[in-house]
Design a protein around this ligand. Structure first.
Ligand SMILES: C[S@@+](CC[C@H](N)C(=O)[O-])C[C@H]1O[C@@H](n2cnc3c(N)ncnc32)[C@H](O)[C@@H]1O
Length: 285
């Protein structure tokens, strides 16, 4: 399925898109003795949650949105569908997963089949600021770690508002500008500053209100992100010291050649207050 997609791949789609992504994910599972037939949702969630605090944060967003079986959810900037699969399986909702990067849509469809969730997730390639989806069609709209690549955040919030049913809820879980200056690059969402568009969480919430939403809450989760990264690093160091097999992950596949630099800079940017992490919920009144 296709939404409103630019003719040529944008710099953002080029940043994220890699050939053979699904095959490389399947090969990574195989390195851990997992086949498409035996893969569980937890196995996939170790590879496919392209945001800080992974599956745990996805469930948190779902809980804040009061997800219940049968509700329809639109995920704007859905990546390879990690959040869509967790929400569809955990809360038994129907998800429309929309992303700009065609390779991500294709990979999402393959992983949905592997997870046995293809009938609960509709994959759309399109732009979150002009989705082409119908008015008032969804009970919930969510976006996780996607608007840092989108200069027109007001456009995303207008689309979220338009696509929601009256009384529906919208949540973002995003990287935002920190108080202490510009980030160090490269970072996971941008090799260069030109495709990174961070603003403070409060400015984002004001834009969502300007689109018509009523604010329910805006929560700063920067400290939670910092401590989770520290825990993961400590666990990795312990495993290295014990010569244990590295944990199942796909950061190197998804982030490419500069993966280690991108992760180091993300850590440093969080520590130095150059980026922050926020989760916010709004209602279409
Ligand atoms: C860091 S990934 C996060 C993916 C997913 N939300 C997750 O948490 O796993 C950011 C995603 O935003 C998508 N994206 C960036 N700009 C977009 C736009 N204008 N419309 C739709 N998707 C966009 C990218 O293609 C990428 O998949």
């Amino acid at each position: 399925m296709s939404g409103t997609v630019p003719d040529a791949p944008s710099d953002v789609a080029r940043h994220y898109g890699h050939a053979d992504l699904a095959d490389r994910m399947i090969a990574r599972l195989a390195e851990h003795g997992i086949t498409p037939e035996t893969a569980t949702l937890d196995d996939l969630a170790a590879l496919d949650q392209m945001h800080l605090r992974g599956r745990e944060a996805t469930i948190e967003v779902g809980e804040k949105l009061g997800l219940k079986p049968g509700l329809s959810v639109l995920d704007l900037g859905s990546g390879i569908g990690g959040p869509a699969r967790v929400l569809a399986a955990h809360f038994e909702v129907q998800v429309t997963a929309l992303d700009l990067t065609p390779e991500f849509g294709a990979t999402c469809a393959v992983l949905n089949e592997i997870a046995g969730l293809a009938d609960r997730i509709t994959v759309v390639t399109g732009d979150a600021t002009a989705t082409g989806l119908p008015d008032a069609a969804f009970d919930r709209v969510v976006t996780l770690h996607a608007t840092m690549n989108i200069p027109d955040k007001a456009g995303v919030y207008r689309e979220a508002y338009r696509c929601l049913k009256p009384g529906g809820l919208f949540a973002f879980y995003d990287v935002t500008a920190g108080p202490n200056g510009s980030p160090h690059f490269p970072v996971p969402w941008a090799g260069v500053p030109e495709i990174s568009h961070l603003i403070p969480a409060e400015a984002m919430a004001n834009m969502a209100e300007a689109a018509g939403f009523r604010r329910v809450e805006v929560t700063d989760l920067t400290e939670e992100a910092r401590s989770r990264i520290a825990e993961q690093r400590a666990a990795a160091e312990r495993q290295k010291a014990q010569n244990a097999k590295p944990p199942l992950q796909a950061g190197d596949i998804l982030m490419g050649a500069q993966a280690a630099d991108k992760q180091r800079n993300l850590r440093r940017n969080l520590e130095e207050g150059r980026v922050a992490i926020s989760m916010a919920v709004f209602v279409k009144g």
